[in-house]
Ligand binder design. Structure first.
Ligand code: ADP
Ligand code: MG
Length: 467
């Protein structure tokens, strides 16, 4: 405690420190990128070198964690060498005027603050015990994935191997993965279970290259009976990591060890993934986790309320479940916000107050995205330069992204077909019409396409919220 005080006295305050980070990040990024990922972020606290940063939403949280954490860490560390780690939480650092209360975020229920933190994580398995099958609500959107996970816990290695779960952010993939690991441990079948995100695994592998310990790392991974790798889309484009991962995968697979993977998209949609790895991923069982329907959302809310011993009337629950549809983490976030409200004001909020409290989630004013935003988001999603979409290139890899961009410009920006043709490589309007029809049809009939479009829209929409 004393040390923490001291460090605050000696080093910059939180606000100043974060400002320093923002200044450096602003210099190293394009303006749009900077606004997208850093607007609305604040440093909340520094507790013995563990810094807590508030971010406006899920999407930003994942990006800061996955793409910018290292850079941010280096900056804060430069100013304050005592800082050991940075955590990001989704929270409204500056709540709306009606709820204005300086310490709002400190009242965030423990569950929120713990999100992503390591306090309870088992040291040897890396599993967080909070994720169980019991606390997972099953609905039509996730029943296949859930059933596959449960089945695995009864028959390791031979039934579905690998099991590959995919679906958009915040829909319960990590929960299922970790619940599976926890259930395996609880069954006593084996304790050699290990959970890791692909991002962390990549970092370990890169580190092992530096230290020339890659063999030792492989040996360690060969020792597991169950290996769970979360968010494998992060392997995209990392060739040397993929090589090592491929070797580990083959070794385990060859000895019937269970491998469980997740990704925000199906293997076929992970760009820059080596073919041999893609075919391995597709060689087992693929199960998607979709967006829950109203009843499931309501059931999840009720389950979370019970977990947190909180009571809310049906009308309010229904209001939340109706208005927050696409992301369960947001659904949970909304509930947490309401619980925080009730703790601050010491009363259960009325339906009206709930509407007010959730206005940031719900009343995002509708604005039409610009052409630039659409093109940029599509390029970002497919990891290609925007110029590839705009130029008259016929490279095979850009054909599809360009068709999707055409479709989105039509649907979201409402451009005319000739206009779209002009903006994307000087195509004539019949090419554009053809592309739009094709993608629209695929969106209806093809899960992968639906997921992709959904995720790209999320990126587009995200740019909005932060501009
Ligand atoms: P993903 O890994 O797909 O991004 P998570 O597994 O992290 O999503 O889920 C986000 C949050 O929503 C977690 O707190 C998780 O416990 C919760 N959650 C998701 N799906 C369910 C469900 N079906 N029942 C209960 N909680 C869920
Ligand atoms: Mg996850």
């Amino acid at each position: 405690m004393f040390a923490a005080y001291l460090s605050i006295l000696i080093y910059m305050g939180n606000e100043e420190l974060w400002k320093a980070v923002l200044t450096e990040m602003e210099l190293s990024l394009t303006r749009a990128n900077y606004t997208t990922w850093f607007k609305g972020t604040t440093m909340l606290s520094n507790n013995n070198g563990a810094v807590l940063v508030s971010v406006p939403n899920m999407f930003v949280k994942e990006w800061l964690e996955n793409k910018f954490n290292k850079q941010i860490f280096l900056i804060v560390h430069k100013f304050n060498p005592d800082i050991r780690e940075i955590k990001y939480i989704i929270g409204n650092a500056r709540p709306e005027a009606t709820l204005a209360k300086k310490d709002f975020v400190q009242f965030m229920p423990e569950q929120t603050l713990r999100d992503g933190s390591d306090t309870n994580v088992n040291k040897s398995t890396n599993l967080n015990p909070r994720y169980t099958f019991d606390s997972f609500v099953v609905g039509p959107n996730n029943e296949l994935a859930q059933a596959a996970c449960v089945a695995i816990t009864k028959k390791l290695g031979s039934l579905y191997n690998p099991l590959f779960l995919y679906g958009g952010v915040g829909l319960g993939k990590t929960h299922l993965l970790e619940a599976t690991g926890n259930a395996i441990i609880a069954s006593g079948m084996t304790s050699k279970v290990f959970y890791i995100s692909a991002e962390r695994l990549t970092a370990e592998i890169v580190e092992s290259f530096k230290n020339k310990t890659t063999e030792a790392l492989k040996q360690r991974y060969h020792g597991y009976d169950v290996l769970i790798v979360d968010d494998v889309q992060a392997l995209s484009g990392r060739t040397s990591t993929q090589d090592i991962f491929f070797a580990i995968f083959n070794e385990l697979y060859g000895r019937n060890k269970q491998i469980i993977l997740s990704s925000d998209r199906p293997p076929s949609a992970i760009v820059s993934l080596e073919e041999r790895l893609r075919s391995r991923f597709e060689g087992g069982m693929l199960a998607d986790v979709g967006i829950p329907e109203y009843e499931t959302r309501l059931a999840i809310l009720k389950a979370k309320m019970k977990e947190k011993s909180f009571i809310l009337d049906e009308e309010s629950l229904s209001y939340i479940a109706t208005n927050i549809q696409k992301n369960i983490r947001e659904l949970e976030g909304a509930l947490n916000k309401i619980i925080a409200f009730s703790q601050i004001y010491n009363k259960i909020p009325t339906p009206k107050e709930i509407k007010q409290a959730l206005s940031t989630y719900i009343n995002a004013p509708y604005r039409k995205p610009t052409t630039q935003m659409v093109i940029k988001s599509v390029a970002e999603f497919f990891h290609i330069p925007t110029t590839d979409l705009i130029k008259r290139s016929r490279r095979k890899e850009v054909v599809r992204p360009r068709q999707i961009a055409m479709y989105l410009l039509r649907e979201e920006v409402r451009h005319s077909f000739p206009e779209i043709g002009l903006k994307l490589g000087g195509r004539d309007h019949s090419t554009v019409i053809h592309a739009c029809m094709k993608i629209k049809e695929e969106e209806l009939n093809n899960d992968t396409m639906r997921q992709e479009i959904h995720m790209i829209k999320e990126i587009i929409y995200q740019n909005f919220k932060t501009m």
